[in-house]
Design a protein around this ligand. Sequence first.
Ligand code: FMN
Ligand code: NAG
Length: 252
Amino acid sequence: MINDLYWFSCCSFLLVFLCCTVLFLLRLKTKTFHKLVKEEEKKLPKNDSIKRSQDFYQLMNTRRTVRHFSKESFPIDIIYNIIKAAGTSPSAAHAQPWKFVIVQSAEIKNRIREIVEEEEETNYKKRMGKKWVDDLKFSKTDWVKEYITDAPYLILVFRQVSAIGENGKEEVNCYSEQCVCIAAGRLLTAIHYAGLATLTSTPLNCGPPLRDLLQRPPEEKLTLLLPVGYPLEGCLVPRLKRKLLKDLFIEL
Ligand SMILES: Cc1cc2nc3c(=O)[nH]c(=O)nc-3n(C[C@H](O)[C@H](O)[C@H](O)COP(=O)(O)O)c2cc1C
Ligand SMILES: *[C@@H]1O[C@H](CO)[C@@H](O)[C@H](O)[C@H]1NC(C)=O
């Protein structure tokens, strides 16, 4: 009798223990805990902030879009660092809805160029109105995209529209456009800070064929194609004026 009772309590205890463990593990799997850590003290003296904000503006003001690239290469570690910098961007619910594809292979660059040029020729000749073509005249661009094969690296920025959530179901990444815009801005800034140049391009209608070529999944949408390299020696850029400070903002 006592023996029976003993076994009964042992078994129920074990059962309860097992159930609790399973529940706890399930909870752990469905909920990601972010441990809180102390934010480092980074407060700067105000005079330093003034100096740094001026210096940063001056550096950014020297960035120009370049449309002709030298074939001169550079260590891929620079590209990794640039992408790491982009990866420090904020994102809604920390979804980090971006993926960067680095292309160094001449063969893949050739394929990308073929795809982009074919679409662009149709854009210029058929899809776009005269105004669009005229508006672009200042930058002397057409459908021939030498920069795609000249630049030593291409970075293609993909936006992850959705992702497999913690419950195993596909979930939309909220505000993924805004998140990727921010990360792309950092990417451009990091490229410039590293002393390299790029051309911000949004290859119209090339998303699906390029996604297939680069073997990216359907939930990833191509946002930007960026050649990264040194400007071709002696290459020209249009003389442009940027908005004056007074036209950039209103103050209330
Ligand atoms: C979303 C976006 C798309 C662009 N697409 C092209 C493009 O297809 N071809 C091109 O030559 N420049 C393109 N540009 C570059 C702009 O023409 C350039 O940024 C603008 O003229 C200002 O010059 P800056 O970048 O030298 O300051 C694009 C820029 C952005 C932000
Ligand atoms: C700001 O002020 C501090 C203390 O007065 C000084 O040590 C520092 O060099 C100043 N920084 C700049 C950029 O002038």
